[in-house]
Write a protein that binds this ligand. Structure first.
Ligand code: PHE
Length: 463
């Protein structure tokens, strides 16, 4: 079954940038900052950091190692690792299959905002009805998602080295420069608020970094830990087969321990930078109230802030949405690759055929997701209390239910069935040093599965 023409990353840098491209996405830029603001600033950051170097590292290490060891896609890797565990592969491939359509819909929204700012219409996007008006429109969201999906499909069609690796190597450095540039600019902002008090970006930075223990209870700290963990999961692109697919393209002689460290650092750095970019700006123009914007932060609150910046706001907004668009594309291609590689490995399809089939399927479902905001509109209440449309339901099932299940399965398989030594041997087969080995063993066997079960029970509304 093993084919020699599966393709591979030319070098470790290519793998690191591609994996970081997957990891750095809407989660870092839009979700991380508002969670940090909501969950006590510095407290959240600290909890997140601790979990990143323990839990996040464990998951990322396991998946990339499984990928490289088996040289298989998510759908076929688990059963190759251990007979009878193919079901986990099926679960792990359903996740990207579910995420791909709605990720493209959101990618289309980002594209729309980028075009609006680029063509000097930024002021319009700040109007109160703009966002809802756009997503409930009949055709435009579909056109935008189609363009977004097409770009991703072309990259995947070309292949691992010429498509994913080459694209990531160009885009990721540009993305980093943009994030750093906008973050620095955000810190220099100042304005006078309604009460006549001068507020500065640096004061906003304090809101992000200084722990706010006000009203913090044991229970709310537990919530912060679970929020951080859910975020980490999503942010590192684990539990959805992606890192297995990418890991399977890493050459045997590359140092996987080092690569995993670099991916972690890249992802965490961009999340923190996104916080530095967004929170001070929100603070200067909207005060602490603006932070409560939650999910609507990116499409509703930020445009208002760009407009408040005056004429320069159009340029900052254009650069900002360009950066978000890059982040979204490099994430979407990784989702697509997880599915395409599965079709190739399991059914022996050519890359081209697999890409076309999956793109059409994703398109059909994505159109249904778009219609969920107009002709198919309905409201459902989810177990976690939020009111949902089609997009939110798919997001809930994939992120809150399936991903924890896949991660728990991975922990049990690696920790107790094939044993951590399988992963450790893969990581150190060229004599690499694996500094966090004792930590890895404790995490994969005991702590990670325990935390994950709690997370799952909370998502289901049982805890
Ligand atoms: N990791 C990406 C982020 O932080 C999100 C993502 C989700 C990427 C699903 C791939 C698949 O936004």
């Amino acid at each position: 079954m093993e084919k020699t023409n599966r393709g591979s990353f030319k070098g470790s840098i290519g793998f690191v940038l591609a994996a970081a491209g997957s990891a750095v996405g809407l989660g870092n830029i839009w979700r991380f900052p508002y969670l940090a603001a909501r969950d006590g600033g510095g407290i959240f950051l600290l909890v997140y950091l601790i979990l990143a170097i323990t839990f996040g590292f464990t998951m990322l290490t396991s998946e990339t190692a499984i990928g490289r060891k088996t040289k298989q896609s998510p759908l076929t890797a688990y059963s190759k690792l251990k007979k009878g565990w193919g079901w986990l592969g099926i679960f792990a491939s359903i996740v990207p299959f579910m995420i791909m359509p709605y990720y493209c819909v959101i990618g289309g929204w980002v594209l729309k905002y980028f075009i609006a700012f680029l063509t000097g219409q930024g002021t319009k996007t700040a109007e109160d009805t703009y966002f809802t008006g756009f997503i409930t429109a009949q055709y435009e969201p579909i056109v935008m998602l189609l363009i977004f999906l097409l770009v991703c499909a072309v990259i995947i069609y070309v292949g691992v080295e010429g498509g994913i690796e080459r694209f990531s190597k160009i885009i990721m450095p540009v993305l980093l420069v943009l994030v750093i540039g906008i973050a620095i600019y955000s810190l220099t902002l100042k304005s006078t608020n309604d009460a006549g008090v001068k507020v500065t970006g640096l004061q906003g930075l304090k809101v992000l970094f200084i722990p706010n223990f006000k009203g913090m209870t044991f229970k709310s700290l537990g919530m912060v830990i679970m929020d951080a963990m859910g975020q980490l999961f999503y942010s590192l692109s684990v539990a959805m087969g992606i890192m297995i697919a990418y890991g399977s393209y890493v050459k045997d002689e590359d140092n996987l321990v080092k690569a995993v460290n670099q991916i972690e650092i890249f992802d965490t750095a961009v999340a923190f930078l996104a916080g530095i970019m967004i929170i001070p700006a929100v603070y200067v123009f909207m005060g602490t109230d603006g932070m409560a914007a939650g999910p609507s932060l990116m499409f509703v609150a930020l445009p208002k802030i760009f407009v408040a910046m005056g004429p320069i706001g159009n340029i900052v907004g254009t650069l900002f949405f360009a950066m978000v668009l890059f982040a979204a594309i490099t994430s979407a291609i990784s989702i697509l690759e997880a599915i395409v590689s599965s079709l190739i490995d399991r059914f022996g399809m050519s890359r081209q055929k697999a890409t076309i089939i999956e793109s059409i399927l994703a398109l059909i479902i994505a159109v249904i997701v778009c219609l969920g905001y107009n002709v198919l509109y309905f409201e459902v209440k989810l177990p976690n209390g939020s009111v949902a449309q089609i997009l939110d339901i798919m997001d809930y099932i994939s992120n809150n239910v399936l991903m924890p299940v896949v991660a728990i399965g991975t922990c049990i398989l690696v920790g107790w069935i094939v044993k951590p030594k399988t992963v450790i041997e893969e990581l150190t087969k060229n004599g690499e040093r694996f500094g966090r080995k004792p930590l890895y063993i404790v995490m994969i066997k005991f702590i990670s599965p325990l935390l994950l079960v709690i997370l799952l029970l909370m998502s289901l509304g049982i805890l």
